[in-house]
Design a protein around this ligand. Structure first.
Ligand code: ZN
Length: 241
């Protein structure tokens, strides 16, 4: 079984479409979504409709939770809050109740899915370092956890209680080793590379690969400005920050 794992689409229709055509080119039919489908970008409804049609296994992200009133907006900085309020106003009651129905954590086989971290997923902690990865490894009841939230793709590995960052972006899962895989962000990458990021998981080959795809950034930027969303949300797309 091969899966395309998408996270942090953030209402960026252009990035989502580019990722999906790359996924189709690679002949993959199964999808996993790690949350933050909406928030920041100008196309929340279109992105939601497309994701729901793909019928992925999905967990909720903090921006999804904000858009359906499942969490307070106090957590957000000003630009994120403005975008969350705008997004909330765009969605229909049935779209909001779909988001509200999503779980914080999902498990399939030897894989766990979460948006932020496995320790207190409702607190939306970030994992940037090996040290910050430890509490999630401690709660990992599968070989691999896929997550997002920081918008920075990367892989941590734990072997004999030692946690290290994996340099390669295409790995084969090894025995006696556990993994935390951040698949990066489709719609708002923050690692200095503006290309959309997603992950391919091949369960038979036991491989995990982070893939980057170019998309028409200017088009997504124009829509953000036209919608009256904070201009910084358009500017950051060009630099991947
Ligand atoms: Zn996000």
């Amino acid at each position: 079984m091969r899966y395309a794992i998408l996270s942090d689409i953030h209402s960026n229709l252009e990035a989502l479409q580019a990722v999906l055509s790359e996924v189709r080119r690679r002949n993959i039919q199964r999808y996993i979504c790690l949350g933050d489908i909406v928030g920041y970008g100008a196309d929340p409804r279109q992105c939601l409709e497309i994701v729901r049609r793909l019928n992925p296994l999905t967990v909720i992200g903090n921006h999804d939770a904000a858009a359906c009133d499942r969490m307070s907006l106090d957590y957000f900085n000003r630009h994120a809050r403005d975008a969350a309020i705008w997004t909330r106003g765009q969605l229909s009651p049935s779209e909001r109740s779909y988001l509200a129905s999503l779980p914080l954590v999902e498990k399939i086989g030897d894989i766990i899915l979460v948006h932020s971290s496995l320790d207190f997923p409702e607190k939306w902690y970030y994992i940037f370092s090996a040290q910050e990865a430890r509490p999630s490894f401690d709660r990992l009841t599968a070989q691999v956890c896929f997550y997002g939230h920081s918008h920075i793709p990367g892989i941590f590995r734990k072997r004999e209680n030692r946690i290290s960052r994996v340099v390669e972006e295409h790995i084969t899962l090894e025995g006696n080793t556990h993994y935390l895989v951040n698949v990066g962000s489709v719609g708002q990458p923050r690692d200095g590379d503006p290309r959309a990021s997603f992950c391919l998981l091949d369960l038979e080959a036991r491989t995990v690969e982070i893939i980057r795809v170019e998309y028409p950034v200017e088009k997504a930027q124009e829509k953000i400005l036209r919608a009256g969303l904070p201009p910084i949300l358009a500017a950051r797309l060009a630099v991947g920050q």
